[in-house]
Design a protein around this ligand. Sequence first.
Ligand SMILES: [Zn+2]
Length: 322
Amino acid sequence: MSERRASRVWAGRVVATAAAIVATACGGADGEGGRGPAASAATSEPRFDGAAAFELVVQQVAFGPRVPGSAGHRAMAEWLEEYLSARADTLIVQRFSHVALDGRTLPLVNFLARFRPSASPPVLLLAHWDTRPVSDQALEPEDRGKPVPGANDGASGTAVLLQLADMLHRVPPPRGVDVLLVDGEDYGDFTPGDDVFLGSRYFASHLPQDYAAEYGVLLDMVGDRDLDIYVEGNSNQLAPEVVDRVWGVAQRLGFSDVFHRRVRHTINDDHIPLNEAGIPTINVIDFDFPYWHTPEDTPDKVSASSLGVVGAVVTRLVYRGR
Ligand SMILES: [Zn+2]
């Protein structure tokens, strides 16, 4: 993401598209009473496991950089499809490609894992799963060509949502919940019209039929051991009621020392295309991460307890709403 307000004019350079519903793991209609624990899900709120989320960070980093077109990206896409199809009620896989400014054709894939899709308009939770090809913020010039390991920038938000998906499978929520993992957030250099937010832009312009999420929450860089999340400026302007809801939950859970109520950074990120598509969406991000876009963005900079705090907030959000 970038800390800049740019006009959101995107050149459409998608050259091929394919979307497929690949799994209906739990079978049958999402209805009342058909799924055992679902019937009583409205009152039971499971506990988010931050340590398990941390293991999912380690697992993602072990694939190597998840740069579109790389072996690590391919391997992780396969793993994500397997993981999510085993847990979601419905998994929609959006495969597409994009010709980047560097001339490469990037193979990209978004995953939309749906839980109780017919129960209510879903809350949409999203994160980017790709990682950045270059460490442009590295102190040493010789490090700047290296790919970012992406433990925090990429894997942290994805890990929280994968762990949440596991929980949503075990304890169905009282409402519709969509987990969206978008690709191609971090490929380009964030000049207008550049190769960034590719997956969220694609999703926003290829929404499932009659798609109407109630609101959206983007998780980006939520694993910093020293976690401080301030209200993000574009979120505050575009979706203030969602900011109120999420910060209200954090406060009631006792996390006011992590979720600070004032605006600090204004950031262009995957939430912008969703707001443009009419889904009020905020960005939950700790942008004060010293290892951002460097080769030092590794799992030791991330903690289970930080992931646990953010995980607890989204858990409360989907099981209780407030
Ligand atoms: Zn990044």
